[in-house]
Design a protein around this ligand. Sequence first.
Ligand code: NAP
Length: 538
Amino acid sequence: MSEPRYDALIIGAGFSGLYMLHKLRELGLSVIAVEAGENIGGTWLFNRYPGARCDIESIEYSYSFSEEIEQEWVWTETMPAQPEIEAYLHFVADKLDLRRDIRLNTRVTAMAFDAADAGWRIDTDTGVRFTASYVVAASGILSVPLEPDLPGMDAFDGASLFTGSWPKAGYDLTGKRVGVIGTGSSGVQLIPVVAREAAHLTVFQRSAAYTLPWEVRPLEADELKTLKASYPEIRAAQREHPVGAARLNAFSVLLDTLSQPPIKSASRAEQLRAIDEHGVMGALAWGDIFFDIEANRMAARLYGEAIARIVKDPATAAALVPTHPFGCKRPIIDQGYYETFNRDNVTLVDLRAGAIRAITPTGISTEQGDYGLDVIIYATGFDAMTGALTRIDITGRDGADLRQIWQDEGPAAYLGLAVAGFPNLFIIQAPGSPSATTNFVAALEQHVEWIGDCITYLRANGQRTIEARPEAQQEWIEHTTSLVEPTVLAHPSCNSWYNGGNVPGKKRRYMAYNAGIPEYRRRCDEVAATGYPGFDLA
Ligand code: NAP
């Protein structure tokens, strides 16, 4: 079954897809958004696990393009929990009447560029085939959960749950023996909540996390009113801020360390004062830790001392100290993570002392013993940045195969939004975009607006195709990589979704753009203002 040709097809109806749909409709294009999920929401639909919450303030982790939405929507907490973000996206979809142009339960399986037609043919799992002049992939950077390859996973007699595809109806963990594998942002958020519900919680930790305690509190009506009245200033400050969020958040804490004195010249008394006054956060606030691996290790040792002041059992406290450099994984914030390990019903299994051997019908077998479980929760992360697109058969000009190219040559895109060989395909937050190390909503708004302007330019100038040039793409990769080379982020011990090191076999390349959104915007605007150098227009 084929649909009439659209000007544009958008893959995904999460935060990015919804705004892209609105933007392109505003520009007068015929647009359809195709969403694999049973509803809109993307990441914020699937990650419904207990404790799921954003680590940027709601007032900034929200669309800035509509004053009406800003004023009408009521945030109830400083940092929004998953149900509230999901509800917000529904509010936006209704407000902008987006649903009529969204096909739910429809997964794009393949797409091919037809040079003669200057457009894409798009196949879906429902059998409906679309054609469109442009495709915008708004398929998310953290939308493909990564299932570990552990022997016996299917043979487990209890329940297996994944944070990235949590059951819609929830899951009652009361009275259950629960195991959690994974201590990244999802695990760290989930663990304190599960500990309060479960009869017993066993945490299987492969890499210990750096995580900063954070207070989340209700937004009082008066405070919200004042904030709403200050939106113009709040948004202006966000636009100027490298991470796209000027109020205190996980990223800004990291950035603020740059202006602190170096740990290497701090006396022992000064180091201890830092953790006396600021706990684990004080241990990491030093100006030299991003550029000097030894300084970073000193901070990690101090961090361990700060943990030992919270976690009563010395062996557990020692096991919670990370061995990778601080900064090379995404910063995490938590509510009561370390305190959770003082509970009688919580056990930490440090997999560095003996790995998981297999999942058995009754639990998890490790090199240090077997653990009986009723439920296993996998908080094992995502095939990030590229995973959503490499699961689609994407064929560009002259048979170019996106999956193969990214596999062989590493993930790459010009300006972090278009790939050489794939005309008229825009990717919201592709490799080389600010996304991963910024406020994602601020980052995506810039992309949506730039793409909207670009399509407007093409139409106004009678151009049917736009395609990134390989040499421009290569220069962009070199520029992006050069930003992290002098930092500990390039250290060989850094394995994370930032560089693909979390996915076995994935070609490693640092995938975020780390000069900040304002500098990124400046570069993108310059390209647009000078007739799109680095792209071929035809
Ligand atoms: P993640 O940061 O990649 O963490 C995955 C965890 O699972 C790591 O601890 C990893 O250990 C472990 N793991 C993976 N495979 C394993 C295996 N076979 N055996 C044992 N352990 C294994 O994933 P995530 O926690 O889902 O977070 C991903 C990103 O989502 C975050 O960085 C953040 O950007 C976003 N997020 C944000 C929030 C928030 O806003 N607060 C919340 C959740 C997620 P290794 O480190 O050793 O690989």
